[in-house]
Design a protein. Structure first.
Length: 324
């Protein structure tokens, strides 16, 4: 890939609980290029190589038009990063001020003082290991011999990390790529203080997520709960599941645990969102066999219910507590 900043990372400043606008915002990007990759809950990547030639405008100029249209049509502002590849575009977007576009034209200079944890593929554990060896910035990793980096984090991971520290990202913008997360929102008609109604909303959202993931042959690794209050503030909590799953009972149990951990006391709740993250194909996930016959029976019933919903519609079978 060239050093031209032809990849945009757009982060829409969506109000909490308004992720439903994202498909329309993606369609807006699609007016400029067909190569658009969604990055839920609030972002997208767009490859503008063809658009730059077609419109005769640079990435920063096209980004300005995208921002104006998003504001005019949907009332949504955004921050935009532009770079020669997806990694640099994402990093630029994280460094961009609201309502601006950050363009990376000198990858080496941009990366030199960035903390190593900002590089794609570097999590907290890997970052701690690298920092223990003094490789705490992308510039220091780039200056280190490849063999040293490989000894610290492994041969394959070390090469990938060393290349990224030099600004090389071999990934591409993939249109219509499989989503890595999915969400279900529940809003209340008025500020709700009843805990039972909160839990019913969580049950409904967990059921929706489970049915959706099983229908698409996916399971999730983590579950995130966002609670929005009357004053528009939010609280977000995340839990890693015992094993990747799309089983409604496990999703509901995790959602209840996240909610209970908030210890809300007469809180005026405007709405809740459950997000299933770390989606992977179900066939790639290991499932620990259960010795509980009730659990196995629940899973068999769940499969029967899914077939009934596929034939008669999503409302054909719902939990009894939601039908009351």
């Amino acid at each position: 890939m060239t050093n031209d900043a032809t990849v945009l990372c757009v982060r829409f400043r969506l109000p909490p609980m308004y992720e439903a606008l994202l498909p329309q915002l993606l369609a807006l990007l699609g007016e400029f290029t067909p190569v658009v990759q969604a990055e839920p809950p609030d972002g997208a990547l767009a490859d503008l190589r063809g658009a730059v030639r077609y419109f005769g405008r640079g990435p920063a100029e096209l980004a300005a038009v995208i921002r104006v249209r998003a504001l005019a049509l949907y009332g949504v502002d955004c921050v935009i990063g532009a770079g020669p590849n997806p990694m640099l575009a994402r990093m630029a977007a994280r460094r961009a001020a609201p309502g601006t576009t950050r363009v990376v034209t000198d990858p080496a200079g941009f990366l030199r003082d960035r903390p190593v944890v900002e590089l794609d593929g570097v999590g907290p554990s890997t970052a701690r290991t690298l920092c223990a060896y003094g490789l705490d910035t992308a510039g220091r990793v780039a200056d280190a011999p490849l063999a040293v980096v490989q000894r610290v984090v492994g041969a394959r991971a070390g090469r990938d990390l060393w290349e990224r520290a030099h600004g090389t990202d071999r990934s591409r913008v993939v249109p219509n790529a499989a989503a890595r997360s999915t969400a279900a929102e529940r809003s209340f008609p008025r500020d709700e203080t009843d805990r039972d109604r909160h839990r019913r909303a969580l049950l409904s959202a967990a059921q929706e997520l489970g049915v959706r993931m099983r229908g698409e042959g996916q399971v999730c690794r983590t579950l995130t709960l966002t609670v929005r209050y009357a004053d528009r503030s939010t609280t977000t909590r995340t839990r890693t599941l015992r094993e990747p799953t799309a089983h409604c009972a496990e999703l509901t149990s995790a959602a209840y645990a996240l909610y209970d951990a908030l210890a809300l006391q007469r809180a005026r709740v405007r709405g809740v969102t459950l997000r299933a993250e770390g989606l992977i194909p179900a066939e790639q996930a290991a499932h620990q066999l259960s010795l509980d016959p009730a659990d196995e029976k629940a899973r068999r019933l769940e499969a029967v219910a899914d077939r009934a919903r596929a034939r008669f519609g999503p409302g054909a079978i719902i939990p009894g507590s939601l039908a009351a």
